[in-house]
Design a binder for this molecule. Structure first.
Ligand code: 5AD
Ligand code: SF4
Length: 467
């Protein structure tokens, strides 16, 4: 095959860490002479970067591999690659179930992709390692957005939440050196990036394996000093490790957005204990109160699991009362899904699907009402947004995101993606705001200090659950 015919298409499932890894996989493929294809049907290499956090993610992959078999039958030269968490979990089973796959690689060896592709010229190539050899941030990257970047600060997780498969597939926590992270962000800013999202399974314990003490607040303060960086987001802090020094850094650093994702998972102490979350409902709500005191207008989102094994109706009702007390801006809600290699999968008391579904719907109804109430507080305020593209429903409107992580739809003035705009909020719905463009004062202290605004084209970062 000539160099110019080498094209790739990557489909990414799951969390932001997978988005980040896919950008590295794309970077390595481009370094090998591949160009990005517009659709999988056109590509000479198709890669699935997989997720296994819930069972439906497994089913999706095997369904897609079935479709790819038909394409491979017609185009046997096409390379089919499976990477990521599900590959790490299923190991050799992928090649058993889908022997037409050319390359399988896990979460710890992204860097092996070029070698495995080479090896696959003489038969299927398979490699899953149990520990990381190269930190993925050291690999070349092909970012989806010129103005936003994912920045990995740690990989793996040392917690043992009983529902969660992540520690089994992502391994123990390894932090990146602070200087390396700051250096990467400085380079990104030089390259036109104005917003970064720091990624780790438990960002608050960042640095514990380096210095014996968490260093996340130090990291936030170091990033605040970077000229040209406008917004820092992070996901996710674990509530048990979320401490006063981080809250103070969030409040004091202009660059850190007024939004925090603080996954609660459940509102009952007995369920939290069986989940091994290492905090109580009271302790969690105390942290919410501390954040609200320090950052008065902060927006808070969360993750909640409904139907954990043994969850009674009254324990579920405690999740509802917690949601009412915490007054989240938004919540990612999940029905419990048993995962291999997790303690909860072997617990008694798995609940019937209909019971879980009914509770799930009640939770969504409650949260939607609270989300609307939280969004209404922005009406008549002026907000800074970064434009993320044309509105999906109406091409005459643009969609932007506020520092509070709210989507705002407003009439287009032709602004390119990545531009800053000021909007007055004119309407609120549970999942988005409406606004009109205004000139003049911007809400962000950071933006008030800025001299010139970057105008670049871009793809938008997607909101996702954390843990
Ligand atoms: N079942 C349902 N939801 C889960 N999550 C993690 N594991 C499971 C599971 N087995 C959810 C948690 C976590 C988010 C990323 O996914 O809420 O915070
Ligand atoms: Fe780690 Fe998050 Fe999974 Fe808990 S839910 S084990 S903190 S990745």
């Amino acid at each position: 095959m000539r160099e110019t015919e080498k094209t790739y298409f990557i489909t990414t499932y799951g969390c932001q860490m997978n988005e980040h890894d896919s950008e590295r996989l794309a970077g390595m493929l481009e370094a090998e002479g591949y160009a990005k294809a517009d659709a999988p049907g056109d590509a000479s290499l198709v890669l699935f970067n997989t997720c296994c956090i819930r069972e439906n993610a497994d089913n999706k992959l095997y369904g897609n591999l079935g479709h790819m078999k038909a394409i491979k039958d017609v185009r046997p030269d096409m390379k089919l690659v499976v990477g990521g968490c599900l590959a790490q979990k299923d190991k050799a089973a992928i090649q058993k179930r889908a022997p037409w796959v050319d390359v399988v690689l896990g979460t710890h060896n992204l860097a092996s992709l070029p070698r495995l592709l080479e090896e696959s010229n003489s038969g299927p190539a398979f490699e899953i390692l149990e520990q990381t050899e190269v930190f993925p941030s050291a690999l070349p990257s092909r970012r989806n957005s010129p103005w936003h970047a994912w920045v990995s600060i740690s990989i793996g997780c040392n917690n043992s939440c009983t529902f969660c498969i992540v520690p089994a597939v992502r391994g123990n926590e390894v932090s990146r050196r602070l200087g390396d992270i700051v250096g990467e962000v400085e380079e990104l800013v030089d390259d036109g990036v104005v917003e970064v999202t720091l990624l780790g399974q438990n960002v608050n314990s960042y640095g514990r394996d380096l210095d014996g003490t968490p260093m996340f607040s130090r990291l936030l303060r170091s990033l605040d000093d970077i000229e040209g960086l406008e917004r820092v987001r992070f996901t996710s802090p674990h509530p048990k490790d979320f401490r006063a020094d981080t809250i103070a850094a969030m409040a004091e650093c202009d660059v850190v957005c007024e939004h925090i994702h603080l996954p609660v998972q459940a509102g009952s102490d007995r369920v939290l204990k069986r989940m091994k979350r290492a905090y109580t409902r009271r302790k969690y709500l105390e942290k919410v109160a501390l954040v609200r005191d320090a950052i008065p207008d902060v927006s808070i989102s969360t993750d909640i699991i409904v139907g954990f094994p043994g969850e009674t109706e009254s324990e579920f009702a405690e999740t509802l009362t917690l949601v009412s007390e915490a007054r989240y801006d938004s919540a990612y809600t999940f029905q419990y899904s048993p995962r291999p290699m997790t303690e909860a999968a072997d617990m008694d008391g798995h609940l019937p699907k209909e019971v879980v579904q009914e509770r799930f719907e009640r939770l969504i109804r409650l949260q939607d009402a609270i989300s609307l109430e939280r969004n209404l507080r922005h009406v008549a305020t002026t907000q800074e947004v970064i434009v993320e593209g044309a509105s999906k429903k109406d091409a005459t409107r643009l969609t932007g995101r506020t520092r509070h992580n709210k989507l705002v739809h407003f009439p287009s003035d032709g602004a390119r993606d990545g531009s800053f705009r000021t909007v007055r909020i004119t309407g609120a719905h549970a999942h988005y705001l409406e606004g009109e463009l205004v000139e003049g004062r911007r809400e962000s202290p950071r933006v008030r200090r800025r001299v010139s605004l970057p105008l670049v084209g871009a793809a938008a970062p997607q909101g996702r659950a954390g843990c």
